[in-house]
Design a protein around this ligand. Structure first.
Ligand code: FRU
Length: 490
C-alpha cells in the first residue's frame, strides 16, 4: 500500500501531466479536476466558507480508487480547489475513503466517513472513521469510531452527523443479514464514543414490507417542524412513473421521538425524476437555509459512454438547491446566489395556438423561466438542442423528459404524474439540464448527449397558450486556482 505522500504525489503528477482542454466541461457545476466524481460529502459552512467535499477517483473514470476531493466557496460562484482532504492510507480505509459528513465543533472541522476494506476472500469490512482539522484543509485521521454491530452485513456506510440538544447523533446506511436496507442511529456526548440506539427506518422498523436490499447515504434533519429522512435505496422494482433509474433517491417526512428513537413517517417520495440524480446530501447554512447538492450521475451501463471520458473526466454535482416543506412535499429551489451568474437577459410574451416556434439561445449556458398565464390545450413540448425534450400532456396529466440514450441514440424517457404546470425554471449547462416545475415541486436532473449541441430550443403547443418567457445567458463558475496544477501540493 502506498503512503499518503506517495499517493498525493501521484495525484499531483496526473494533474500536471493533464493537457486536456475540454470545451464541453460543465461551466457552472462542480466537476472533478480529472477522473470520476460521485457523491457530495461533508457539506458544511466553516470559518466563512462553504465546503463541498466529494467522492473522487483522480486516477480513472471508473469506480475504483476513492478519496475525498475538496472545493470551497464564499458564495457558490467563486470556487477554490484544495488538496484532497482524505486519501486512503491506513489499514481501516485501504480500499477507499467512502462517503460521509462534516460538523463544526469547538472551532474545528470534524469529518466522519466510511473506511472501506476489501478482504482477500472477496468480502469487505467497513469502519466509520473520524478526521479532524483546524483549518478546514488539512485533516488528522483519528481512526475508526464505530465498528460493525451485530445483525448487519459490511454494507454499512455513509455516516451523517448532527447535533440535537446536548447530544450528537449519527445515521448510517445499512443492510441487514436478511439483505434488506435499513437506517441505524448512534448517539454520542463527545464525538468519539458512540452508542448504538438501534434502527430508525426500514422494513420491520417503520415500514411493513421489503423496500430495497441496501439504503445508502442517509441524511436526517428537522425542517419546517418536520423530521425528514433522505435516503438512497437500492433494489426497488420499477413501477409506472416510479423508481425508473437503477437506484433511487428520495425522502420520508415524519416525526421522530428522540427519547424512544421511534420515527413515524409518510410514504417514500422521489426527490428527482430525471435520469441523473443520486446520493444527495444537505446541510444548514448560517442563514438557516437547508441546502442540498447531489451527484448528477447514475452508476449505470451508460456511464462509460459519456463523451467527457475522452477528456479524462466524468460526472458532476447538481447546482445547490434550497429545500422547503410545502403540502407534505419537499420543494427544491436553486439557491439565490446563482442569480449572480446572470448575463444578457431577454424576455418575451407568447400567445400561441397549435403552432411551433424556435427560440435561438445566445449561449449554451442558460437560465430559462417560463410562466404560463393560460393553457387551454392538450399538450406542449419544449425541445432543447435536438437531444432533450420536456413534454406535458394535460389530458393524461403526465410530464415527460426524453433524451437520446448515450449508447444507442434511441429516445428514452422518465415520467411523472402532475395535473397542472404553472411555471418552469430551467438551468442548461452545455450537456446538463435541471428543470424545476411549479416552484420546485417536481424536479428533473439529467445529463444528455451533447454532440449535436446547438444553441437552440423550440416550443410547440396543441391548443391555446399564453406564457411569458425570460432567459439569461449565464457566466461560468470562477475558480481561484483554475489550472488545478497545484491541487495537491500541501
Ligand atoms: C453512493 C456510494 C456510497 C459510498 C460511495 C462510494 O454512490 O455507493 O454508499 O460510500 O458511493 O464511492
Amino acid at each position: 500500500m502506498e503512503t499518503e505522500i506517495q499517493l498525493r504525489n501521484q495525484i499531483v503528477q496526473r494533474l500536471r501531466d493533464n493537457q486536456q482542454q475540454d470545451e464541453n466541461r460543465l461551466a457552472f457545476h462542480l466537476t472533478p479536476p480529472l477522473g470520476l466524481m460521485n457523491d457530495p460529502n461533508g457539506l458544511v459552512y466553516y470559518k466563512g466558507k462553504y465546503h463541498v467535499f466529494f467522492q473522487w477517483n483522480p486516477f480513472d473514470t471508473k469506480h475504483t480508487f476513492k478519496c475525498w476531493g475538496h472545493y470551497s466557496s464564499t458564495d457558490f460562484i467563486h470556487w477554490e480547489v484544495h488538496p484532497p482532504a482524505l486519501v486512503p492510507s491506513e489499514w481501516y480505509e485501504k480500499d477507499g475513503c467512502y462517503s460521509g459528513s462534516a460538523i463544526v465543533y469547538d472551532n474545528k472541522l470534524y469529518l466522519f466517513y466510511t473506511g472501506n476494506v476489501k478482504t482477500t476472500d472477496g468480502g469487505r469490512e467497513t469502519y466509520q472513521c473520524l478526521a479532524v482539522s483546524d483549518d478546514g484543509i488539512h485533516f488528522e485521521k483519528k481512526g475508526p469510531v464505530i465498528y460493525l454491530p451485530e445483525g448487519f452485513t459490511p454494507h454499512f456506510r455513509d455516516p451523517k452527523v448532527w447535533k440535537q440538544g446536548n447530544k450528537w447523533f449519527m445515521v448510517i446506511g445499512a443492510q441487514t443479514k436478511e439483505l434488506e436496507g435499513l437506517i441505524t442511529v448512534f448517539s454520542s456526548d463527545d464525538l468519539i464514543n458512540w452508542q448504538w440506539l438501534g434502527p430508525l427506518a426500514g422494513n420491520g422498523v417503520s415500514l411493513s414490507k421489503y423496500f430495497g436490499y441496501m439504503w445508502e447515504c442517509p441524511d436526517f434533519f428537522a425542517l419546517d417542524g418536520k423530521d425528514i429522512l433522505i435516503v438512497s435505496p437500492q433494489g426497488l422494482q420499477a413501477e409506472p412513473f416510479k423508481y425508473e433509474n437503477l437506484y433511487q433517491s428520495g425522502y420520508f417526512i415524519g416525526v421522530w421521538d428522540i427519547k424512544t428513537n421511534k420515527y413515524v413517517h409518510g410514504t417514500f417520495k422521489e426527490l428527482d425524476h430525471g435520469f441523473d440524480f443520486y446520493a444527495p446530501q444537505t446541510f444548514e447554512d448560517p442563514n438557516g437555509r437547508r441546502i442540498l447538492l447531489a451527484w448528477m450521475g447514475m452508476g449505470d451501463e451508460q456511464e462509460q459512454t459519456h463523451q467527457s471520458i475522452k477528456s479524462g473526466w466524468i460526472h458532476s454535482l447538481t447546482i445547490p438547491r434550497e429545500l422547503t416543506v410545502k403540502d407534505g412535499c419537499l420543494y427544491q429551489k436553486p439557491v439565490e446566489e446563482l442569480r449572480k451568474l446572470r448575463n444578457r437577459a431577454s424576455s418575451e410574451t407568447f400567445s400561441m395556438a397549435n403552432e411551433e416556434i424556435d427560440v435561438l439561445l445566445d449561449s449554451e449556458l442558460q437560465e430559462i423561466i417560463i410562466e404560463f398565464e393560460q393553457f387551454e390545450g392538450k399538450k406542449w413540448e419544449i425541445h432543447i438542442q435536438n437531444n432533450c425534450k420536456l413534454i406535458f400532456n394535460k389530458i393524461e396529466s403526465i410530464v415527460t423528459l426524453e433524451r437520446q440514450n448515450f449508447n444507442h441514440s434511441k429516445w428514452e424517457k422518465r415520467q411523472c404524474k402532475i395535473d397542472k404546470i404553472n411555471n418552469i425554471h430551467m438551468y442548461l449547462d452545455r450537456t446538463s439540464l435541471e428543470i424545476f416545475l411549479n416552484d420546485g415541486q417536481i424536479v428533473f436532473s439529467s445529463r444528455f448527449y451533447g454532440e449535436n449541441a446547438k444553441k437552440q430550443c423550440s416550443i410547440s403547443v396543441e391548443g391555446n397558450t399564453k406564457f411569458s418567457w425570460q432567459n439569461w445567458s449565464l457566466n461560468s463558475y470562477q475558480y481561484k486556482n483554475h489550472k488545478l496544477k497545484r491541487l495537491c501540493t500541501n
